[in-house]
Design a protein around this ligand. Structure first.
Ligand SMILES: Cc1cc2nc3c(=O)[nH]c(=O)nc-3n(C[C@H](O)[C@H](O)[C@H](O)COP(=O)(O)OP(=O)(O)OC[C@H]3O[C@@H](n4cnc5c(N)ncnc54)[C@H](O)[C@@H]3O)c2cc1C
Length: 548
């Protein structure tokens, strides 16, 4: 039996919650949020590895409508961000819209009966199944060991398993704690006028095919599926990768007494992080004076926007930022051989620039043993690097990133012409306004095509998209974009991307699609550019566009 509803939102991470808040702000209460895991939080529910934290200041990473004076540090621990999202859901009464442990398994739009764009002829049929008793909703996604829906290690207990990771739940600040998100599950289907895909982009672990790793005798798991049963102290732990997760994880494991061996295929550009704990007095002052909190957010926003120049290849800004990164490295690593191994040979900004104050010292002090070579194979409990060196370890953590270019949700969604989103995106994601897709009326994709940032908070973009979607939904008329508009937007992105480090910087990154080499994930502008671009799309859509 299908339930009729105005809008189905898929996913209860930052984007899904932002979409729900935007609909509510527009006076629309007629929506459900499907979430395949047992709790809300998305990224921050799934990533519980020691040391996990945001790398954009928390005061800018939160939702603009829900400033939070109680963040414990500049870069809040993951458990705190998760608790914050749960708090927002409770505060806004979103539980009654939530269908937890409920995965969208397909969504198809009824074929259009004609070309009358004013007709209310768009109807999405969304099929959902309960994941409560399923072994995993991620089967086939390459998750090696940790089975369980949604990958949370916090299930049921309502407590973070990251004790000792520096995570705090705002003790003393009156902050949110994990209370569970409530909400019923749902099995069956929905008939909805609108579909908002907020199903994430860094949700599916990318597992490299390493010969022999399947037979490794000890635990092998991805950093986003942290195995909380692992005893870290005195364990010999291999961390594979040097991306954002690895550089948080490796020093923290070493601090907790593990012997860490880090396999580095490509060194990252790393700049100082300057994280610090906020004093109670500061937090209380923000609590008392919301204006000061708003000013702090504005300052952080402006700082973030200013980083765009260095990340996008502006010669002066990039050269200054590069020098600052090299100085950081030289100050923290004296050994010229190690320093050389840690120096990137590609353009600044080509890959996500990382922030850390403890990664280089952990390597320089020998607490983390750097193998400046990719992991190439495994034999018994020995890992073999591409340079031939062998390393005996007990546990392997694959901090190898995510399948970002080709999202699994795209295979589940079928448009007006009987093609899936995955087929439509066979050479990489495309859109109009990074949100709308031709042939998929009344569909809004959040944090999907060209909506990521390398210089500022991702939440800023998601909130813009959520407000954009809510405003188009409130019109009540079908929203379609034509293929020409999509081709023009795709060409515009390619123009903006030309000559930038993201496509010409000499590295492999997840911003581009390996099938076409096009920049399909990153938005190649500032947040303010994005805001203006969406306003232009909204303006151009005052007369609905016909689907040819
Ligand atoms: C370790 C880590 C640190 C990060 N740090 C930062 C940072 O500091 N700053 C920053 O800007 N960005 C950061 N990011 C990027 C981060 O992913 C985004 O900022 C943001 O959290 C993504 O929100 P989202 O709602 O789009 O996706 P997610 O948080 O991934 O949420 C998507 C949700 O959709 C659900 N879902 C997926 N498919 C289905 C389905 N078929 N049916 C039902 N539910 C489904 C998933 O279970 C998930 O809960 C980080 C990412 C990682 C992995």
């Amino acid at each position: 039996m299908n339930e009729r509803v105005g809008t189905v939102i898929v996913g209860a991470g930052f984007a899904g919650i932002a979409a729900a808040l935007a609909l509510k702000a527009a006076g629309d209460d007629d929506f459900v949020i499907l979430e395949r895991a047992e709790a809300v939080g998305g990224t921050w529910r799934d990533n519980t590895y020691p040391g996990v934290a945001c790398d954009v200041p928390a005061h800018l990473y939160g939702l603009s409508s829900h400033p939070w004076p109680g963040w414990s540090r500049t870069f809040a621990p993951g458990a705190e961000i998760r608790a914050y999202l749960e708090h927002v859901v409770a505060q806004e009464g979103l539980e009654r819209h939530l269908r937890l442990s409920t995965a969208m398994v397909s969504a198809s739009v009824a074929r259009s009966s004609g070309l009358d764009a004013h007709a209310h002829d768009v109807e999405w049929e969304v099929r959902a199944v309960s994941t409560r008793f399923a072994r995993s909703t991620n089967e086939g996604s390459g998750r090696p060991t940790n089975e369980g829906s949604g990958g949370s290690t916090n299930e049921g207990s309502g407590r973070s398993t990251n004790e000792g990771s520096g995570g705090s739940t705002n003790e003393g600040s009156g902050g949110p704690t994990h209370e569970g998100s409530g909400g019923p599950t749902h099995e069956g289907g929905f008939l909805a006028r609108n579909l908002i895909l907020a199903a994430g982009r860094l949700t599916e672990p990318l597992i490299p095919a390493i010969p022999g790793l399947d037979e490794f005798p000890g635990p092998v798991f991805h950093s986003a599926r942290w195995d909380a049963s692992i005893r870290v102290q005195n364990a010999r732990i291999a961390v594979v990768g040097t991306g954002a997760s690895a550089i948080q994880l490796a020093p923290e494991l070493a601090r907790q007494g593990a012997h860490v061996t880090l396999f580095q295929r490509t060194p990252a550009w790393i700049v100082p992080r300057r994280d610090r704990a906020y004093a109670r007095a500061e937090r209380e002052a923000w609590q008392r004076d919301p204006g000061s909190l708003a000013r702090l957010r504005e300052e952080l926003y402006v700082e973030g926007e200013a980083r765009f120049a260095s990340r996008s290849g502006d010669p002066v800004a990039a050269s200054e930022a590069r020098e600052s990164a090299l100085t950081h490295l030289a100050r923290q690593v004296r050994d010229p051989v190690l320093r050389d191994a840690l120096t990137p040979d590609y353009a600044f900004g080509c890959k996500r620039v990382l922030l850390s104050d403890d990664f280089y010292p952990a390597i320089a002090s020998g607490l983390v043993d750097l193998v400046p070579s990719a992991l190439a194979g495994a034999s018994d409990n020995q890992l073999v690097a591409a340079d031939g060196s062998r390393h005996e370890v007990d546990v392997v953590v694959l901090a190898t990133g995510f399948e970002a270019a080709r999202q699994p949700y795209a295979r589940l969604v079928t448009g007006e012409h009987g093609r899936t989103l995955d087929e439509h995106w066979s050479e990489g994601m495309t859109s109009v306004g990074s949100t709308l897709v031709s042939g998929f009326p009344n569909l809004y994709v959040l944090n999907g095509p060209n909506a990521s940032l390398g210089h500022n908070s991702a939440v800023l973009i998601m909130e813009e998209q959520a407000a954009f979607a809510a405003s188009l939904i409130s019109r009540g008329t079908p929203i379609r974009v034509d293929p020409e508009a999509e081709a023009a937007y795709t060409a515009e992105i390619a123009d903006r991307a030309a000559g930038t480090p993201w496509v010409e910087g000499g590295c492999r990154n997840w911003y581009t699609d390996p099938r076409s080499g096009r920049l399909t994930l990153l938005w190649p502008g500032t947040v303010s550019d994005f805001r203006s671009r969406l306003a232009a799309v909204r303006g151009s859509m005052l007369a609905p566009v016909l689907t040819p």
